[in-house]
Design a protein around this ligand. Sequence first.
Ligand code: 5AD
Ligand code: SF4
Length: 467
Amino acid sequence: MKLPDLKTARVRNQQIVKYYEADILRNENLFKGKKYFLKTYGCQMNVHDSELIKNLVEGLGFIEVDKMEGSDLVILNTCAIRENAHDKVFGFLGRCKHEKEINKNMIVCLCGCMAQEPSVCEEILSKHKYIDLVFGTHNIHELPNMLLNKMSKTDIEVESKEGDVIEGLSYTRDSKIEAWVNIMYGCDKFCTYCIVPYTRGKQRSRKSSYILDEVLKLKNDGYKEVTLLGQNVNAYGKDIEDELSFSELLRKVSQTGIERIRFVTSHPWDFEDSLIEVIAECDNIMPYIHLPLQSGSSRILKLMGRRYTKEEYIALFNKIKSRIPSASLTTDIIVGFPGETEEDFLETLEVVNACKYDSAFTFIFSPRVGTPAEKLPDDVPLKVKEERLHRLNEVINKYSLEANERYIGKTVKVLINGISEKGNNKVCGYTETMKLVNVEGSKDLIGQIVDVEITEAKSFSLNGVAK
Ligand code: 5AD
Ligand code: SF4
């Protein structure tokens, strides 16, 4: 088979990466009409990586299908953050193995964060020989290359974590209204429970000029909202000389004039006053801040390596709320970290009662191989962890409902992004504060920012009527 010429990618520190460009491969029709099935687990970062994967495989001629059975290519974009994410992937792989016994030419690929875990790679090599391709989060751009040289044996491409930032990649975006924009990759925080710095590597910021170009292009293509993505966006730029700070970047993104901007996720330790100011001053920056707490006990926070105390967190929270009263604040909380006592847990509840979050993601601690917390004696019985999670969720849900009830009777701007799951004649979308609203109105509203009067509040959504 004659292969097209290799393209040279632009990378940040002058190194050169060679790859086959999807557009060129499209002309070769090598996989024209073949079917691919892509399943994405985990966070927004993975969802956005999948948009890149789609672009690459569709560039080769593959067509997306919604069933693994009968497809020619199966790609599992995996998550490693907690054990249950692993379990789900291995469960699905069992089905792939069975299918491959019937459909012998099916190519099975495992990528994403699990692929970056050495212990998982070892397990795949020894026990899951039906997997054709394993590639890490730093090697996605090489997928066409790997498929073109389709292996007869399992091929592992998990580049070193020090991988460069590759620019000039295209995405097949899931939405024509809201877009994800990576501003950085990886994380340098090394919270003791977290596997991300190991799977996604050290922090690498994209150059601001590329980010601003991408946002401008999205705006010109009619996108209404961008979400700036990073594990720790407010540390943006700290890894490159002469780069903008996150608040400076945000102001420049705001100046592009795109209608809505949000960002996930921020770390309380890097949350500077200038960031609060820029959110307060710029109308197109959404007053929505996800501020992970993890624990309300300063003792546990120290063991977690979070770099702030309970008091410092509450002070930051109050500073944000007093400067931006309309802001909605959400959080992540882990219960059952090794050594967490009932007193520690009560301190978490205390912070939740002080902050009255709009909503929260809550988790039971899951020991991850290779992290410092894995080595701590995990002395909290599972039953106690489950009971704490239940108690925590009850309080969180109470405040979510209260926060939502405050919207009743108000008129808010909703970016309508699709048909509502709640039945006929309803569309749905998000407020600037990221509240999901089911709206009575026609599907012609999709893609528009609409004034909606809120008529009803539930714990996880609002109902309203388009004005
Ligand atoms: N166990 C439980 N929850 C975790 N998170 C990260 N690592 C773990 C772990 N080992 C949670 C944190 C983080 C969110 C994305 O996932 O709360 O903010
Ligand atoms: Fe993980 Fe901490 Fe980095 Fe978040 S800030 S990705 S929890 S190490």
